[in-house]
Design a protein around this ligand. Structure first.
Ligand code: HEC
Length: 109
């Protein structure tokens, strides 16, 4: 029984990562690149209050610890739903794109 539950959970988890939305993969649903994150998250949802986030350099200086999403306010704030302030929490694929981008070193891509 335990084994079955494990297999079921594993199945759900791996399915979740492949089928983010409408059967799309994470990278299809939301690419983990600075360009996508800037144009589709920062510009419409953050820059009105955080203009400095439009600059890759400023973003890394103040909000991102490259390689470590858990230590990056840019990730922890959106994961916890604290940001964007006064707005809905970001979509799961948006949060995941931010996490992946920071985890791979937050490149300017
Ligand atoms: C309506 C204005 C507003 C919007 C939109 C907004 N923020 Fe903020 N944000 C603030 C204010 C004000 C603070 C500082 C107050 C605080 O630290 O709680 C802040 C603080 C932060 C911090 C630093 C928290 C800390 O620990 O000091 C991060 C990271 C952050 N915002 C990320 C984001 C991201 C990412 C977005 C877009 C998804 C976003 N914010 C959208 C107003 C906003």
């Amino acid at each position: 029984m335990k084994l079955l539950m494990g297999a079921l959970i594993l199945g759900l988890v791996s399915c979740g990562s492949r089928n983010v939305k409408n059967g799309l993969s994470q990278e299809e649903a939301f690419p983990s690149t600075f360009t996508a994150i800037r144009n589709r998250i920062i510009v419409p949802k953050c820059a009105v209050c955080h203009e400095q986030m439009l600059s890759h350099k400023e973003l890394l200086k103040d909000y991102v610890k490259a390689g470590s999403p858990e230590n990056s306010g840019f990730f922890t704030e959106v994961e916890g739903g604290g940001m964007p302030l006064y707005s809905d929490k970001l979509l799961d694929e948006e949060v995941e794109a931010i996490r992946l981008w920071i985890a791979k070193g937050a490149p300017l891509d």
